[in-house]
Structures are given as C-alpha cells and as structure tokens.
Design a protein around this ligand. Structure first.
Ligand SMILES: [Zn+2]
Length: 244
C-alpha cells in the first residue's frame, strides 16, 4: 500500500481503538467495578485499623496479666512470711496485713480491667470477622461484575484487537521516518497525527491553507506536513493521480 493511503488508514485504526476503548469504559459494569474496588479499599483500611486496635488491646491484656502474676507472687511471699512465724512483732504483722490488703485491692481492680479489655478485644475480633466476610463478598461481587463486563465488552474487545492488528501491519509497512513523525504528532496533538488535505483545508486543524503554502504542498510529495498544525498531511493519494 502507498504510504499516503496507509497513513490515513493507520490514523483511522488508531481513532477506532480510542473510540472503542471509550465505549468500553462507558459500559455500566466498568463503573460498577471501579466503585466496588473503591469500596474494597475502604473496607480493607477499616480492617487494618481493627487489627491494629485488637493487637493494642492484646498487648494491654498481656501487661495486665503480667502485673497480676507479679502481685500473686508478692502476695504468696508475704503470706509465707506471715505463716512462717518469722514475723512476730504485732505492728509488723499489722503492717504486713495492710500491705497484703492493698495488694489484693490492686489485684481485684486489675482483674476487672483485664476483663473489660478482653471484652474489647473480643468485640474487635468479631468486627474483624464481619469485615473479612464483607471483603470476601465484595471480591465475589467484583468477580461476577468482571465476568459480565467481559461478556458485554467482548464485541468491543474483539474490535479493539482486530484494529490493533490492522494498525500493526499498517505501521510495519510505513517508512520509519513517516511512522515516527506520525507517532510523535499523535502523542502531542490529541491522538491525531495525520490528516487528509481536502479542498485546501487540513482535515485535522480545519484551517484553510494560504494559497502560496497550498501551491508549495500541491507541487510537493504525497505526504507533507501541515504548515499550520504540524501534523502529517496527506496531499495526494494514488487514487487522485488515477482519476486525473
Ligand atoms: Zn493542520
């Protein structure tokens, strides 16, 4: 194929890929998938927070249990001193008894605190399980949506695949410099890298070219550059020559 004709077809194929991609993005399933992914991220963040809270409560329970063991040991030691008979002084016995009472009060308070902490921990665990189940439900919903999206989009996906294959074979047939100029213009100029010159008007920027510039173009090669928008401009097609 003539580079001029191939270039225009390449541009058509690329626009087709973009348009079909937009159609694909516009499918309601796509929006629903994005929404479900956003929700999953939110719920996952909540799960992380709940795990962190449960771990913190767990550490507090361990500290309280350690302190309780320490108090138990102290109480046992003092009880032993009392019963061993080594403390015989009345005042010392009184002092020891008071101290043991105070230790027992501290221990009781600590046990109440531990119970309250454990309840908090259990609540956090239950919340984690609920969240994990919600995440699993979101994942299966997402999977179902992805399947529906694939079905709904399969015609569009097939069209994109065939357009891409077409563009690859057209691109392979173009001179390297023409292809490079086209790609770079397409990248910087909203997806349009080449256009046809029709009745003195560039098909991309729609500017009617000044007569002197137009004459230069018409006397030049089949593929030139639009003096206005700098995209590749197909000035002549083989069909034009055949028609003359
Ligand atoms: Zn132009």
């Amino acid at each position: 194929m003539e580079p001029a004709a191939a270039l225009l077809e390449l541009q058509d194929a690329d626009l087709g890929v973009t348009r079909t991609g937009r159609e694909l993005d516009g499918l309601p399933e796509k929006k629903a998938i994005l929404e479900i992914r956003r929700k999953t991220r939110e719920v996952q963040a909540l799960l992380d927070k709940t795990h962190a809270y449960a771990a913190e409560v767990g550490r507090a329970v361990s500290r309280a249990e350690d302190e309780t063991s320490g108090l138990d040991a102290k109480l046992a030691a003092e009880q032993k001193r009392l019963t061993s008979g080594e403390v015989s002084d009345h005042r010392e016995v009184q002092h020891l008894t008071r101290e043991m009472d105070s230790l027992r009060r501290r221990k009781d308070k600590l046990e109440m605190e531990t119970i309250a902490l454990m309840e908090k921990g259990e609540k956090a665990e239950a919340q984690s399980r609920t969240i994990v189940a919600a995440i699993a439900k979101l994942a299966s919903d997402e999977q179902a949506l992805v399947e529906r999206f694939k079905q709904a989009g399969s015609v569009l996906l097939t069209r994109i695949e065939s357009l891409k294959a077409r563009r690859a074979s057209l691109a392979a047939g173009l001179p390297a410099d023409v292809l490079a100029a086209y790609e770079s213009a397409r990248e910087t100029k909203h997806g349009i890298g080449a256009a046809r010159l029709t009745d003195g008007v560039c098909g991309a920027c729609r500017v009617e070219l000044p007569a002197d510039k137009l004459h230069l173009l018409l006397d030049g090669p089949a593929v030139a550059e639009c003096p206005m928008c700098r995209r590749l401009l197909v000035v002549h097609l083989p069909a034009d020559t055949a028609a003359q």
